[in-house]
Design a protein around this ligand. Structure first.
Ligand code: FE
Ligand code: FE
Ligand code: MG
Length: 165
């Protein structure tokens, strides 16, 4: 932990660490949901969808990395027990029981919309209080906004393709 770095945070640091750990739980579950979705997705354009899902998986893991590093900087402990993911998650995990592309896209779009809400709230909370966390949260938020649009545009492509038949 950086003592001065922790001192300049103008809010309850333990509360902030708790919120960052909740986001960390979301990122691991999002990572796995994308990763497994890419393996099992079926239907039209499945290769295009699978490559986007794989890319998003790596980006969610990068978010987990940023969050864990920030938690350590603040003197906290990132979740060390995967069982905690389900206790702490904001957005949960949607098992892709139906591997059809449209269904997998819909589940992941829902997840991204939840993530956007989480980071939007977090940025409002830390703005003016913790510039370092604020900067990180904006970076992640921008990725989640991009993810939502990527998936929605794939879903639109899929609709226009299926309508042509
Ligand atoms: Fe993420
Ligand atoms: Fe995302
Ligand atoms: Mg993308």
């Amino acid at each position: 932990m950086g003592t001065k770095g922790r001192q300049i945070v103008g809010m309850d640091v333990d509360e902030l660490i708790k919120l960052l750990n909740k986001a960390l739980a979301d990122e691991w579950l999002a990572y796995y949901q994308y990763w497994i979705g890419a393996k099992i997705v079926k239907g039209p354009m499945k290769d295009a969808v699978a490559s986007e899902l794989v890319l998003h998986a790596t980006e969610e893991l990068a978010h987990a990395d940023l969050l864990a590093a920030r938690i350590v900087q603040l003197g906290g402990t990132p979740i060390i027990e995967p069982k905690e993911w389900f206790k702490l998650t904001n957005c949960g995990y949607d098992a892709p029981t139906d591997p059809f592309v449209k269904q997998i896209l819909a589940q992941n779009i829902k997840g991204e919309q939840c993530a956007i809400d989480v980071y939007q709230k977090l940025q409002l909370l830390v703005r003016d209080k913790d510039p370092v966390t604020y900067n990180m949260v904006l970076t992640i938020l921008a990725d989640e906004v991009e993810h939502e649009e990527d998936l929605q545009s794939l879903d639109e492509d899929l609709d226009s393709m299926m309508m042509r038949k």
